[in-house]
Design a protein around this ligand. Sequence first.
Ligand code: SF4
Ligand code: FES
Length: 366
Amino acid sequence: MTKVNPPIAMLAELTHRCPLSCPYCSNPLELARQESEVDTATWVDVFRQAADLGVLQLHLSGGEPASRRDLTELVAGAREAGLYTNLITSGIGLTERRLRELDEAGLDHVQLSLQGTDPAMADEIGGYRGGFARKMQVAEWIGEIGFPLTLNAVLHRRNLHQLPRAIEMAGEMGARRIEVATVQFHGWALENRDALMPTREQAREATRLVAEARARLKGRLVIDYVPADYHEDLPKRCMGGWGSSGLNITPDGQVLPCHAAQSIPHLSFDRVTERPLREIWYEGAAFNAYRGTDWMQEPCKSCERKEIDFGGCRCQAMAILGDPNATDPVCVKSPHHGVLQASADAHATRDDAALVYRTMPQKTSV
Ligand code: SF4
Ligand code: FES
């Protein structure tokens, strides 16, 4: 039996609405409509339940969480529950006044996304003209108010050459941390592998640049790095291990072990409106599906790394092999590793591929 510890972090996807339409978005293709979103009181109750369960950090995400009018109330509710609250935002939709209200409500930290380091790149990737200028203004307000800031640079074939400037910008903005996140191919990003897959050379160069910047900026800027894993030989320890330390809640209240879990068709998910969070975490079928190592097949089953990476990412095994029980094909021991690498190289040569922008479903007329 796998020993189950309490979760440490919870990601609350408050809404799928977003003014940007980034093709790298990991949200599912089928986005939740505004009408189905969980209401303020239910979210606040879920925050209390999460704190009782042991959660320490709450990440408010989306979509764009600022699209929720009740964001300040939600932050106040999280603070009252005793949670450390991080707002994951593109900045669009935040005014100086709103940021000051969030500060007063107890927001602890802001994570600002960066689609590119100049207006041409950022506005093209975000699909939003003028977005870069507004983001820079928001970054200034964040600095003036004094929120601890993490810059989240999402990188792919089109903008990886901007990595050095992204690191410089983090310093200029007074960020304490930058997350250099090479795009992970889930949701909309999976639709965009041809347009976004980095080349092997780019992936290697990014790793080199990050190592060099980490040494140079030690003590001044923390650099988290998510490498281009299609080009790696060892898979990532996704979510720190399934159902081991974190959970995600969708805008309509489904509780997921990871943000892409809905792509695994045999899983069904409990809702916060139907079952207590504690019960979902410890007893929910989806959480127990890939907990620990008992579910593993070979080569993971007898591998010395099985408690290090837990077989990699279940959603990636599903997306690439159609089998969520398989070893993540990023792993060099997977029989499909060579095929994955060849497909990564093939995707990376499709320079004529158009971006598929994330779009919300149209409202059905009655
Ligand atoms: Fe990890 Fe499985 Fe590969 Fe071993 S065989 S390194 S456990 S993914
Ligand atoms: Fe679901 Fe990795 S994203 S396990």
